[in-house]
Design a protein around this ligand. Structure first.
Ligand code: SF4
Ligand code: SF4
Length: 368
């Protein structure tokens, strides 16, 4: 049986610390030993203040680091952000300030080791610090995700893929969400965090996980030693069929998690959580998929009047489908694989996914 702990919480110290220390006591057991290196992996997607709900709240990171220090172990805060420098993300997220005075090491994931995860991906390069940690603590943020519906515990570990290897994997898995979900589950298995604590206090709904998403107060902290059990519990809390989040489906298929989940605490039922608008990327006979994708599936579009031409979108686009004229960004929709990474990483929130008229009509006709 998998245990998921859920507690009502806000970001006020010391009640937050008390909830986190209790969770850690229950989940860590004797895993955190004196002198051991404990890698703490928050969601540090991009430089953003905590009120935007893009990154794991700094006080959650602080409470976990304090617990690790209390046990005589060495906390290391690590991630590989999609946008901006690691230093800038630490500063803008408030983590550097919140943790000042604590003996914490900050280290961006930079070096990778190769792990053979078997078919269909075989060898994957994963952050060596995550693989070699004595204990890995995963601190995801509860957010919507335009490609994967939600980004939760399992998806947060995609940050253990270093730098531009991330868009490379987006390109290799292409529009196939099932394939991408399988990859995420393989990464989770490889890094195998001992503890997962999710920041669902100020969550994100709507067109997440970047600047287009909307902060939504849920007031919950969730913890488990099994990230997939945590994710399934979040889906139940939000009234979503757990398999809608494809990582849950593959985690069940891989035997990582079963239905046998006990919840310690009161699971709220949230019935009005806004999910992102997601349209099917693959439908109809396979030979028409390329054509359908080009003409019928939601495509990224830019509000040119607000674009700062900062270049984050074209630097990150795995398909090299974005260029610019010096005045505007331009999309090559033949090359675009509809991963929506550009929307995720745009620091100004000026990109959105728009469905073509032909796409809308076709989907209605096919009742998709
Ligand atoms: S669309 Fe966004 S990320 Fe791309 S150049 Fe404009 S502001 Fe920057
Ligand atoms: S243009 Fe955007 S959606 Fe298309 S492939 Fe590039 S990052 Fe992905």
């Amino acid at each position: 049986m998998h245990k998921v702990i859920i507690r009502k919480s806000d970001y006020k110290y010391p009640s937050l610390t008390q909830s986190i220390f209790e969770m850690m006591d229950s989940l860590a057991g004797d895993k955190i030993q004196r002198g051991s290196r404990v890698v703490i992996k928050p969601n540090l997607l991009a430089p953003a203040s905590p009120d935007k709900a893009i990154v794991t709240h700094p006080l959650i990171v602080k409470a976990v680091a304090e617990y690790v220090l209390d046990r005589g172990a060495i906390p290391q805060i690590s991630d590989s952000s999609a946008v901006g420098s690691f230093e800038r993300v630490l500063k803008d997220s408030g983590i550097k300030e919140a943790l000042s005075g604590l003996a914490v090491e900050y280290k961006e994931f930079k070096e990778s080791s190769i792990v053979d995860v078997g078919e269909p991906f075989k060898k994957i390069e994963i952050a060596a610090d995550a693989l070699n940690a004595d204990v890995l603590i995963n601190l995801p943020k509860l957010k919507t995700h335009m490609q994967m519906v939600l980004t939760l515990g399992v998806k947060n570990l995609f940050g253990c893929i270093v730098g531009m290897k991330k868009p490379e994997w987006h390109f290799r898995t292409g529009v196939n969400r099932e394939m991408f979900a399988q990859l995420l589950v393989k990464i989770y298995q490889a890094v195998n965090p001992a503890i997962n604590i999710m920041d669902g206090i100020l969550a994100m709904e709507g067109q997440g996980p970047g600047k287009r998403g909307e902060p939504r107060h849920l007031g919950v902290l969730l913890g488990s030693s099994n990230a997939a059990a945590l994710d399934i519990t979040v889906c139940r809390m939000l009234g979503i069929v757990p398999e809608t989040v494809l990582t849950n489906k593959f985690a069940v298929e891989q035997g990582i998690v079963t239905d046998d989940i006990s919840v310690d605490g009161e699971l709220p039922r949230i019935t009005d959580f806004k999910l992102p608008e997601i349209t099917p990327l693959l439908f109809g006979p396979q030979k028409f998929h390329g054509l359908l994708r080009r003409h019928l599936v939601q495509r990224p579009e830019c509000d040119d009047s607000l674009c700062k031409l900062c270049g984050e979108c074209w630097k990150y686009c795995p398909a090299e489908a974005i260029t610019h004229s010096g005045k505007k960004v331009r999309f090559d929709y033949d090359k675009c694989i509809r991963c929506y990474c550009c929307i995720e990483v745009c620091p100004h929130g000026v990109l959105s996914a728009r469905e073509t008229l032909a796409g809308k009509v076709t989907r209605k006709m096919l009742k998709l």
